[in-house]
Design a binder for this molecule. Structure first.
Ligand code: FCB
Length: 456
């Protein structure tokens, strides 16, 4: 199969998140984040593991960067841990925490790798959770902007591309509605507060970033999961439309239109948070790019027992492990491999949001990888990337303003409640020894980048 071809100047990178790779949760003045706390609670992480070491990146950032160079990457998306920079979440700045990120940026730039920095990838300082309930409180939005100011003032001379928040839906829903992620709440009222406040924090954060660095480019990373009706009954079609608004359009329309979609918004009126007179204007301030995390599609069925939505959304098949269902491969994360949905969603965003510049800030797959004779053969991941990158390249050819692609992820890391059991990396990591081995998919990506005719 020929390699997908992308536009000239395209950025190729991998994405990571601080909590999933750094380890050293209390080094140099850092205090706990909600994930440090949550992952140490009994029964929260399926494997009983924690991220105290993870990929040991805090102590050895060069090792990761050597891998990026070996893979031929020219960009990297990572996140800053708020609790390293401001251990209490507000007030005193921890210079040593800032120094770590400053050094990381220098190391990247020295190797020709452009950093994209996410300011919030779900790791709320524990003290803000304790004092304010994290993003359940409006106050946290302005504290986020203060934190953004500190980071951008320190790094903005070298870092130009900033992402305010990662996947507000997942953080609000998994962390505050379903209780599967930190901080482990289960409350629809809290869910909607957190979702709105995350977007408000994005808007205020964007203003703070621009005030601290005149030539900063700012975006937000949203996940998009197309929701299809499980049958063609009218009730399921309606359920899918609502599901789509709940997962996707709430955030997309908030940011690009300054409104929350109907009928979802009216249906949830009993649990609306306070919306300040300026909130929607702040939320929909002009973004320079959209960060898109895309994995798969899901299915909705009418479900009268689900409050407010009347819909239940799930994978079409709830089995386990790699398998083929109805002709489609599934990953061991129970995601259907359906690359064409990626093309469709990119076109949907182009039409709905006025063809914004888009970076794929995450896309990747977890399969059961085995290290054998110093090699990892992962043909399913290679096929996944061929399919998804091919569809993204088609979308760029058909007019989507696609600028870059960050594969999730550089190396196997701490996959939230799955612990180390789910491997998404282009590089295999033996977490007992920290040995790294580039998988076949990593070599495929290297060749794909080398083959770019337009030049990367
Ligand atoms: C996304 C997260 C990322 C990683 C991938 C697999 O939802 O942003 O941290 O866990 O899923």
């Amino acid at each position: 199969m020929p390699h997908p071809q992308f536009p000239r100047g395209f950025l190729f990178g991998t994405a990571t998140a601080a909590f999933q790779i750094e380890g050293s949760p209390y080094a140099d003045g850092k205090k706990a984040s909600i994930w440090d706390t949550f992952s140490h609670k009994k029964g929260k992480i399926r494997t009983g593991e924690n991220a105290d070491i993870a990929c040991d990146t805090y102590l050895h950032p060069e090792r990761d960067i050597d891998l990026m160079v070996a893979l031929g990457m020219n960009a990297y998306r990572c996140s800053v841990a708020w609790s390293r920079v401001m251990p209490d979440g507000r007030g005193a700045v921890n210079q040593k925490g800032l120094d770590y990120y400053s050094r990381l940026v220098d190391l990247l730039l020295k190797r020709g790798i452009t950093p994209f920095i996410t300011l919030y990838h779900w790791d709320m300082p524990q003290l803000l959770e304790d004092g304010l309930g994290g993003f359940a409180s409006r106050e946290t939005c302005s504290l986020f902007a203060d934190y953004a100011t500190v980071v951008v003032k320190a790094l903005g001379d070298r870092v130009k591309d900033w992402i305010t928040l990662n996947e507000p839906w997942e953080h609000a829903a998994l962390g505050h509605l379903l209780g599967d992620h930190a901080p482990g709440r289960r409350n629809p009222w809290t869910y909607l507060k957190v979702a709105h406040h995350e977007l408000l924090a994005h808007g205020l954060g964007m203003q703070a970033i621009r005030a601290a660095s005149a030539d900063a480019r700012v975006g937000i990373t949203l996940s998009q999961t197309p929701i299809l009706p499980v049958t063609d009954s009218l009730a399921d079609i309606k359920a899918a439309a609502l599901g789509d608004q709940f997962f996707n359009d709430f955030f997309l329309d908030g940011v690009y239109k300054g409104v929350y979609p109907e009928p979802l918004w009216s249906r949830t009126r009993l649990i609306h948070p306070h919306i300040g007179a300026e909130d929607m204007r702040i939320i929909s301030g002009k973004v320079d790019f959209l960060g898109l995390n895309y994995y798969s599609r899901e299915y909705a069925r009418a479900a009268w027992y689900v409050p407010f939505l009347g819909a239940w959304v799930d994978e079409v098949d709830t089995g386990a492990g790699e398998r083929v269902v109805n002709g489609y491969q599934f990953t061991n994360f129970n995601r259907e491999v359906y690359p064409h949905g990626f093309y469709e969603r990119l076109m949907y965003i182009k039409d709905r949001c006025g063809n914004p510049p888009v970076y794929i800030t995450e896309n990747g797959a977890s399969f059961t990888d085995k290290l054998e004779d110093g090699q990892v053969h992962d043909p399913l991941r290679v096929a996944f990337l061929e399919g998804y990158m091919g569809e993204a390249a088609n979308a760029a050819r058909d007019g989507v303003d696609l600028r870059g692609y960050f594969i999730w992820t550089l190396m196997d890391n701490f996959e939230w409640r799955e612990g180390y059991a789910k491997r998404f990396g282009l590089v295999y990591v033996d977490h007992a020894t920290q040995e790294r081995v580039i998988k076949d998919s990593g070599y495929w990506v290297r060749e794909m980048i080398r083959s770019q005719k337009a030049g990367a």
